[in-house]
Write a protein that binds this ligand. Structure first.
Ligand code: C5P
Length: 311
């Protein structure tokens, strides 16, 4: 299908980062993935993904860590856009511009966010109106965390993380994130997890009752205590200084802390703005973190930014 889209038209989608409140990792599957029981929460750190008709498929990235993002065929946003075009029979390439606030290789699903953003933005640009379930299906084929970046909020993930189910979650939470200078590769962290658990019997993953109860109560202290990440020992094994970052959090009054996803970002849940500020200052002064950001969660998933789309 060939669409007559004015060349000056663009669509921007804003997409949040995620933190895994709970990440229970099952045994290694024959396909190289692990079955998971996870609880995702979308938090208010965002990437903006803008698409516009172009002569060739391309991606450009801005933001402090732009140089760390692949800009060729490996770029997840580009792959997502091309995949949707193929599925819909679209032949017009797009240029993708990503403004990154989400850390790169930080365990907060930044690449997946960009893929979700590209899917939604291209769907709007091309006027496809793809049904939600079809968009989620495509998202799941592109990456395990991509469907959640579309959905946002708080949700339980199963399978390799791509199968989402709603969860009764109350409350709004304040987060402090400590970033690291060196990213961690997700496959490497999973491989380290397997190595550390070698010879042990790994049961099928199940969400914990403590997490479900905490989410129902909306009590930040209970949620802080219930945070759990099976990938944390592997991330700590690969970056041992993260242990000191976690310790600093509890010394400063955080209600709980954990490595976010495959790391190396460390996420703290804090009771109020005062503790958030104390912790942010202590982290900055310690030299242990390359950067510190505050955020709230849960927030919406990927959304088209309203406003004039003709530039
Ligand atoms: O799905 P995604 O592209 O994010 O996965 C990246 C890598 O992380 C996979 O190739 C795999 O090594 C690991 N992974 C895993 N089990 C999962 C999700 C990811 O082993 N459930």
């Amino acid at each position: 299908m060939s669409l007559a889209v004015p060349p000056s038209r663009s669509v921007t989608v804003r997409v949040p980062a995620k933190v895994n409140l709970e990440l229970i990792v099952g045994p290694l599957r024959p396909d190289g993935f692990h079955d998971l029981a996870t609880v995702y929460q979308a938090v208010s750190l965002y990437d903006d993904v803008t698409v516009r008709p172009a002569d060739d498929w391309s991606v450009t990235v801005s933001g402090a860590e732009a140089h760390l993002v692949p800009d060729g065929g490996d770029n997840l946003a580009l792959r997502a856009a091309r995949r949707l075009a193929e599925a819909a029979g679209i032949e017009e390439p797009v240029g993708i511009a990503i403004h990154k606030e989400i850390p790169v290789a930080g365990g907060m699903a930044g690449g997946s966010a960009d893929a979700a953003g590209a899917l939604l933005a291209c769907d709007a640009l091309w006027g496809l109106g793809t049904p939600r379930h079809a968009l989620e299906q495509l998202a799941g084929e592109i990456g395990s965390d991509v469907p959640f970046a579309l959905a946002g909020g708080t949700a339980v993930g199963s399978g390799r993380g791509e199968q989402l189910a709603p969860v009764l979650a109350r409350g709004s939470y304040q987060w402090v994130f400590a970033f690291s200078d060196n990213g961690l590769s997700t496959p490497r962290v999973y491989a380290e997890c397997d190595r550390l658990r070698e010879g042990r019997d790994v049961p099928p993953p199940q969400p914990t009752a403590a997490m479900m109860t905490a989410l129902r109560s909306g009590d930040a202290a209970a949620l802080g205590k219930a945070l759990v990440n099976d990938l944390q020992p592997a991330a700590l094994s690969l970056q041992p200084q993260l242990r000191e970052v976690l310790e600093l959090g509890s010394e400063c009054g955080a209600l709980g802390g954990l490595v976010s996803g495959s790391g190396p970002t460390v996420a703290f849940i804090v009771p109020d703005a005062e503790v958030a500020l104390d912790l942010a200052v202590a982290l900055a002064a310690s030299g242990l973190a390359a950067g510190v950001k505050r955020a709230t969660g849960p927030v919406h998933g990927a959304q088209v930014v309203p406003g004039p789309s003709v530039t």
